[in-house]
Design a protein around this ligand. Structure first.
Ligand code: PEP
Ligand code: MG
Length: 323
């Protein structure tokens, strides 16, 4: 079984009828790159940069960040590395940032909201990422985007940093793609609008499910309401994929759902272009997709969207898989 999976390490992720997708890995830092490569990851779909900021007494310097981003980019040797800018707040505390205690931290001051409000902190990170982009294939991604103004503000700050670098003759990738996480329902609903502002989307289902279901992802008493296969979630994913494709942009997913073997056939059928997950899940998902027909997956997705509940979707997939 393990050997069968290992044989797929350098194989493309392509369906029986020739539809290809990309399988990438999620990492928290350079130390996680090996695991993604050993498991045949075709890129890094989510580099959670906040891990560089955690468990220390002060923010990492531009140089420290640059070294970490550069190391990942170089070790991925031309394969794409999506670096997500700082996503603090919510469940991730960073003592030296002195963020206020809030009664609804997941609905509060976090991620891009903090970054746009503390531009010096943000620009340091943007400089480090831009500088590293010269050494590999880096893409930049903003978390927790809820409206078009946040994208424009973030891009404005990026532009300012780019022109500083140009003035200082510091090289960076002028073509670096800029994307956003779609993890707030409002953004999923206007995905066709947001697609015109960016090069790609990555769907963050961990948060998208929590916000859509009004269900705290950390609260053990309501896990039964945290429903990845709720038809509302599937319909939102469809809106995001269609919104992106309508404008010729690619769309990935980097939440846990992307590595969930029950969800994968539906997500494939909905037209997702990239799946990013923990390294350990990649080969199983590749094996599954290589046994599927895209045409049948599309038919499954159409049916799934019409179901009345998570339970009905699970039964549908089980029945579909056994045929
Ligand atoms: C997500 O929300 O799905 C996601 C990938 O980001 P995080 O889990 O870091 O919030
Ligand atoms: Mg998230």
């Amino acid at each position: 079984q393990r050997q069968q999976l290992q044989a797929l390490r350098f194989e493309p992720t392509v369906t029986t009828d020739g539809h290809q997708v990309e399988l990438a890995g999620n990492i928290g830092g350079p130390a996680d790159v090996d695991n993604v490569q050993e498991n045949g990851g075709e890129g890094i779909g989510l580099f959670r940069s906040e891990f560089l900021y955690m468990n220390r007494n002060a923010a990492p310097t531009e140089e420290e960040q640059f070294q970490a981003y550069r190391e990942v980019a170089e070790r991925m040797a031309g394969k794409p590395v999506v670096i997500r800018t700082l996503d603090v707040g919510g469940d991730k505390e960073i003592p030296y940032l002195d963020l206020p205690k809030e009664s609804n931290p997941f609905l509060g001051y976090r991620a891009i909201r903090v970054c746009l409000d503390t531009p010096e902190l943000f620009k340091t990170q943007l400089r480090a990422i831009l500088r590293a982009s010269h050494y590999g294939h880096i893409k930049l991604m903003f978390p927790m985007i809820s409206n078009v103004m946040e994208i424009r503000q973030a891009k404005q700050l990026l532009k300012a940093v780019q022109s500083e670098l140009r003035d200082a003759s510091i090289p960076f990738d002028e073509q670096m793609e800029i994307g956003i996480m779609v993890e707030i329902p409002a953004s999923a609903v206007i995905a066709d609008v947001l697609a015109q502002e960016v090069d790609f989307f990555s769907i963050g289902t961990n948060d998208l499910i929590q916000y859509t279901m009004a269900c705290d992802r950390m609260n053990d008493r309501i896990t039964h309401l945290y429903q990845p296969y709720h038809p509302a979630i599937l319909r939102l994913v469809k809106m995001v994929v269609n919104g992106a494709h309508q404008h010729g942009k690619w769309v990935g997913m980097c939440g846990e759902m992307a590595g969930d073997l029950t969800a994968v056939p539906i997500l494939l059928g909905l037209g997702l272009d990239e799946f990013s997950m923990s390294g350990g899940s990649i080969l199983r998902v590749r094996q599954l997709i290589r046994d599927l027909s895209y045409e049948r997956a599309q038919a499954l997705a159409d049916e799934a969207l019409k179901q009345d509940s998570q339970q009905a979707v699970e039964e549908l997939v089980a029945k579909w898989s056994s045929h």
